[in-house]
Design a binder for this molecule. Sequence first.
Ligand code: NAD
Ligand code: TYD
Length: 387
Amino acid sequence: MTERTTPRHQRLLVTGGAGFIGSCFVRDLLARRDGSRVVVLDKLTYAGNRANLAPVYADPEQAARLEFVVGDIADAAVVGPLVARSDAVVNFAAESHVDRSILDPEAFLRTDVLGVHVLLEACRLEQERARRGEREAAPRFLQVSTDEVYGSVETGESREDDRLEPRSPYSSAKAAGELLARSYFVTYGLDVVITRGSNTYGPYHHPEKLIPLFLTNAIDDQPLPLYGDGLQRRDWLYVADHAGAIGHVLEHGVSGEIYNVPGGNERTNRTVVAALLERLGKPWSLVRRVQDRPGHDRRYAMDGSRLAALGWRNRTTFEAGLAETVDWFRDNEAWWRPIKSGEWNDYYDRQYRARLAGSTADAGPGVPAPAVPTPRPASPGSSGEGA
Ligand code: NAD
Ligand code: TYD
């Protein structure tokens, strides 16, 4: 494994750059004004939104260094020419929501596995061209993965060499995608690095996820559907820290290596909801206890020493990041109200109508009484500890 020196003015292909974390990466990179040029390739699914790049378009110097291509990472005809003019590919593109993967797994396989394969093949072709002297170097490929590939971690912290035990269609597809990426390093010597980030939050977060869903519902005094007993634990990572860590690994990561990106802020869902309600000045009585997610992972937690040894430190405390996020959603209704319309209503209905109809009131943020029963896990082999 060798350290890679990165060209100062990179030409980056950023897939999924209109999504939550990808757009933060693009905004922060272009705001550095270091001459880097970015091509965003994004399919603009329900989760993609050009408005996430509005600060770039509002600045002519930055806008001139951004090219936006609407397209699918699983489409080799689109991907090939874009990879051919890139020094590096950062793959954020994915179907990313666990609940949607339980409702409709297939799109997850297409994008999170086959899409990764198409990107890797395009990089391999460029590696061949580099070997023939037709370009300076092969592109670096950074696969953005997730702590969910480790599965539910009851105690301790996952390290990069731990066994992968994904338990949802989403995390299984992400595990397959990153395994494929690593296989291209091992088999073809492609320059691949992988990051595994923890639960990310911040401005521009799609309202289907816990924090923005509860924030936007609470602003409208709508019920907040808390799954099971609400004592599941997540490690929260502020979006600019996640994007920064990915940039750091892109520049300094050792080829073939995997880097955990923890937030260092492990909280139960109840604690998170209590904190956001307090900041918003809304009552706990909005919280409804609803039927749990099937196969719900109880806890994620990662050891971050490998990334720390590479020189990366997160900058944002959970308290500061959450305050920023709450205020952003309160001040940017024009961003999230259009997202909560159209296709959103069908999804919300499928995911929450029956749950909310069978919901119960919750006494308060503390440890609850026995929860609403957990549904049977979808697959016979899953232990789905639920609530
Ligand atoms: P997101 O759902 O907000 O954005 C995904 C983006 O990818 C959207 O812009 C979407 O239009 C685009 N996309 C989807 N399918 C595509 C395709 N076939 N071709 C091109 N573009 C496509 O997701 P996010 O939260 O920003 O996550 C980004 C990446 O980070 C994902 O790979 C996800 O697995 C990973 N991740 C997310 C978190 C988190 O908490 N959000 C944590 C760890 C890792
Ligand atoms: P989510 O934001 O979907 O992220 P992930 O499942 O990838 O961790 O969910 C975070 C936690 O919040 C998870 O334990 C599920 C829970 N949750 C609810 O209780 N209610 C909800 O409506 C949602 C979307 C999530």
